[in-house]
Design a protein around this ligand. Structure first.
Ligand SMILES: [Zn+2]
Length: 391
């Protein structure tokens, strides 16, 4: 049975907004047709009209479901290194508590209209939740270790975890430039050189990362000393972190760089010259939570880069809600229209995960889910805007 949904605007994302448009959806959630506002013959049909805009289900490009039990436990605005120390100190908890928090976070995302998630995991604690979830997950098995002697052992533990993921989609990825040895990076790269992997890496979330790579100074040197990891072998690279590690990643691979708060224009030019398939992922609320600062988002708008949005984890966010991320962008980057940022929160994330045949836009044949956003000012979000999942 076909249901008809209508609102002030339909934003299909793959095409222009349609004023008073109507979306016809089958019982299985498949888009049967998208109608123009006035040019249709749906007399006698039961069309549900709502105030606000209808958008496709959201794709959260960066999350750590397994850190959900840290909600409200990490102090804000302390900077990344203090954040990492707090996560390490507070992360341990009972299996039951971790799984329960992950389940609640998964339900929260579903309720907030998220239909697909790129989710980082360091262990198998979030797997039972992801296996039963109504949300589509791609799990990034994240490896870290700056000691080159341990690279092989760490990589093998990643392969073991990948087996446990069973039918869940997954790929093995490096954590960040400052936490992965070249040897480990090479192993990850060689395992993903056939282009069946999806790579992602936390990038330039703190200026300390650049300092460490340029001059081998700053808080990371101190950090490694404190945790007893010998980094004598590591030499200053005289360039920013991303310029040092990008050449070590496989050439034929899609790579999502997450955060990019301290990415410079020079870094962007470098990446462009290098010709890699790079997607930028921003997590605005997490950036404000940890570093109290946002990336220079407007700087990334040239050059046809794919841009996506993520929530990061509940360790660094008050909620897992893509609308909240869009509202933060609307507040701090008002020159970028919602029609653009909405693609970051939907279709672009689906494209990166290679699930855009089903998700990310309101198009015939897809099953993207539908969200209603109300309290709009035309096509602009307001601080009062809320999201309701329609299907
Ligand atoms: Zn993260």
């Amino acid at each position: 049975m076909i249901k008809y949904y209508s609102a002030d605007y339909i934003l299909p994302v793959s095409s222009d907004p349609i004023k008073n448009g109507i979306v016809a959806v089958t019982g299985t959630g498949e888009i049967a047709r998208v109608y123009d506002g006035d040019n249709h013959d749906l007399q006698g049909k039961n069309v549900e009209y709502r105030k606000g805009i209808i958008v496709p289900g959201f794709v959260n490009s960066h999350c750590h479901l397994e850190l959900s039990h840290l909600r409200g436990k990490i102090e804000k605005s302390q900077g990344l290194i203090a954040f990492i120390k707090q996560v390490l100190a507070k992360r341990a908890d009972s299996e039951k508590a971790i799984e329960q928090a992950a389940r609640e976070a998964d339900e929260e995302m579903f309720k907030n209209g998220i239909i697909a998630v790129g989710d980082i995991c360091n262990n198998n604690s979030s797997l039972p939740v992801k296996k039963k979830s109504k949300i589509h997950y791609h799990s990034y098995i994240e490896l870290l270790g700056f000691n080159p002697d341990k690279a092989k052992e760490i990589f093998e533990s990643g392969l073991e975890l990948e087996e446990k993921l069973d039918t869940l989609k997954s790929s093995i990825v490096p954590h960040a430039a400052y936490s992965v040895s070249k040897e480990l990076l090479r192993l990850i790269s060689s395992s993903s050189s056939e282009n069946k992997n999806l790579l992602t890496v936390h990038n330039q979330e703190t200026e300390e990362e650049n300092k460490f790579f340029r001059y081998k100074t700053g808080q990371f040197v101190e950090f490694y000393k404190n945790i007893g990891v010998n980094i004598d072998y590591f030499k200053p690279q005289a360039r920013n972190s991303i310029q040092s590690i990008l050449p070590l990643l496989p050439a034929n691979q899609s790579i999502m760089l997450v955060h990019n708060i301290y990415t410079s224009l020079k870094d962007i030019y470098f990446i462009r010259r290098f010709g890699r398939d790079v997607t930028w992922c921003f997590c605005p609320n997490a950036n404000l939570y940890i570093e109290d600062r946002l990336p220079k988002v407007e700087m990334f708008l040239f050059g046809d880069f794919n841009i996506t949005l993520g929530t990061d984890s509940l360790a660094s966010n008050d909620g897992l809600c893509m609308l909240s991320e869009l509202k933060t962008l609307a507040k701090f980057c008002p020159s970028i229209p919602l029609t653009k940022t909405l693609a970051w929160a939907t279709l672009n994330g689906a494209k990166f995960l290679r699930i855009d045949d089903l998700f990310g836009s309101i198009e015939k044949g897809k099953k993207p889910g539908l969200n209603l956003i109300n309290n709009m000012d035309g096509l602009k979000l307001t601080s009062e805007s809320t999201v309701t999942k329609l299907i």
